[in-house]
Design a protein. Structure first.
Ligand code: NDP
Length: 313
C-alpha cells in the first residue's frame, strides 16, 4: 500500500495539499494525517514539517518519512523521532532555483548598499555613496556545497562573481574551487568578501559562525545566512558588525523563530531580515517532488536526499 498521509502544516493545510497532489500526481493515494478515521497502519509514507509533539512516535511503522524542509535538524533532534524510519529531505528544481535567486538578490543588495538606500529614502536623504566593488571583483564563499550550496555557487559564478565553497568530503569539482574540512577552512576564509551559510545544522556545525570564524574573513566582509539560526553566535555577529570586521548581514534564519520583538537584530542599520522564506517551493512543486520520490522508492531506488544519521544531515 503506497498511501501517503499528509501531516505537513497541520490540519488546515490538508485541502491545499490534497488539491496539489490531485493536480500533479492523481494516481498517488493520499489522506490527511488528522482525519479522525485515519489509522497509521493504512499508510506507508508520511509527509511532515513540524508534527505535533508526540505524533512522530506514531510514524514508527512508516516505510519512509518525507520532510517538506531541506533542513531536518528539528525533526531528528525530537525525542519522538522514530530513528529506524528513513527520512527524505525536500529537493527539486524549484527549491534550488529559489535559493539561488534569494542569494543573488542578497549579494547584489549588499554590493550596492540596498539597506542604506532604503534607510536614506525613509529619511528623504539624497546621499550618493561610492561603489566599492562590482560582482567581478567580489569573492563569495559558500559554506556547504550540497544540493542547495552547489546550486547557489554555480548561479553566482555564472553571473560573474568569483566563487569558492567549503564542505566536508574531498572530491573533484571542475567549476568551483572547493575547500575541505578544518584545514581547508583556514585557506577558504581569508579571501572571502561575502560569506554565505548553507550548512545543515548538526552537532559539528552549531555555533560554527562565531567571533573566531568571523575574524578570519576579510575585514569589512558581508554575511548572508540562509542555513539555520543556530549556526551563528548572535552576540559575536553583533560585535563583528560593531567593530567593522563585518560590514553588513542579510539573515533569513535566526536562532529563535519568529524573532522576538525585543531582538536588537530588528533595528540594526546594517542587518536585513527576512522571515525564513528564502526557498519555499510552491505546494505543487513540493507535491511533485514527493510523488517523484515515492515513485523511485516503489521502484526500488534510493532517493538522493536521504538523511544520514552517521553524518547528521
Ligand atoms: P545538503 O545536505 O545537500 O548539503 C550540506 C552541505 O554541507 C554539504 O556540502 C556538506 O558537505 C556540508 N557540510 C555538512 N557538515 C559539514 C561540516 N561539518 N563541515 C563542512 N561541511 C559540512 O543540504 P542542502 O544543500 O539541501 O541544504 C543545506 C541547508 O540549507 C539545510 O540543512 C537547511 O539548514 C538550509 N535551508 C534553508 C532554507 C531557507 O529557506 N532558509 C530552505 C532549505 C534549506 P559534503 O558535501 O562533504 O557532504
Amino acid at each position: 500500500m503506497k498511501r501517503l498521509a499528509v501531516s505537513a502544516d497541520g490540519p488546515a493545510a490538508w485541502e491545499s495539499w490534497r488539491d496539489a497532489f490531485a493536480r500533479v500526481a492523481p494516481d498517488l493515494p493520499t489522506i490527511s494525517w488528522f482525519d479522525p478515521a485515519f489509522d497509521p497502519a493504512d499508510a506507508s509514507y508520511a509527509l511532515v514539517w513540524e508534527p505535533p509533539v508526540g505524533e512522530m512516535a506514531r510514524m514508527a511503522n512508516m516505510r519512509v518519512i518525507l520532510s517538506t524542509g531541506a533542513g531536518v535538524n528539528h525533526l531528528v533532534n525530537r525525542p519522538d523521532f522514530p530513528a529506524d524510519v528513513p527520512l527524505v529531505r525536500m529537493g527539486g528544481d524549484q527549491t534550488a532555483v529559489l535559493m539561488a535567486d534569494y542569494v543573488m538578490w542578497a549579494a547584489i543588495g549588499l554590493l550596492r548598499g540596498a539597506r542604506r538606500w532604503a534607510r536614506d529614502q525613509e529619511k528623504h536623504l539624497w546621499c550618493n555613496r561610492p561603489i566599492l566593488r562590482n560582482s567581478a571583483e567580489t569573492r563569495v564563499g559558500v559554506l556547504g556545497f550540497g544540493n542547495l550550496g552547489a546550486a547557489v555557487a554555480r548561479r553566482l559564478a555564472a553571473t560573474g562573481f568569483i566563487v569558492s565553497a567549503w564542505c566536508r568530503t574531498p572530491r573533484e569539482e571542475k567549476q568551483i574551487p572547493l575547500f575541505f574540512g578544518e584545514e581547508g577552512l583556514s585557506d577558504f576564509l581569508p579571501s572571502v568578501d561575502i560569506l554565505v551559510n548553507l550548512l545543515p545544522s548538526t552537532p559539528h556545525t552549531r555555533h560554527i559562525i562565531d567571533a573566531e570564524l568571523l575574524s578570519r574573513l576579510k575585514p569589512g566582509a558581508d554575511f548572508i545566512n540562509v542555513g539555520r539560526g543556530d549556526h551563528v553566535v548572535e552576540d559575536d555577529l553583533l560585535a563583528a558588525l560593531a567593530s567593522g570586521q563585518l560590514d553588513s548581514a542579510v539573515l533569513d534564519v535566526v536562532a529563535t523563530e519568529p524573532l522576538s520583538a525585543e531582538s536588537p537584530l530588528w533595528d540594526h542599520p546594517r542587518i536585513t531580515l527576512t522571515p525564513h522564506m528564502a526557498s519555499e517551493a510552491s505546494r505543487e512543486a513540493q507535491a511533485a517532488y514527493v510523488a517523484h520520490v515515492i515513485r523511485e522508492l516503489e521502484e526500488g531506488r534510493a532517493p538522493p536526499l536521504l538523511y544520514r544519521p552517521d553524518r547528521g544531515y
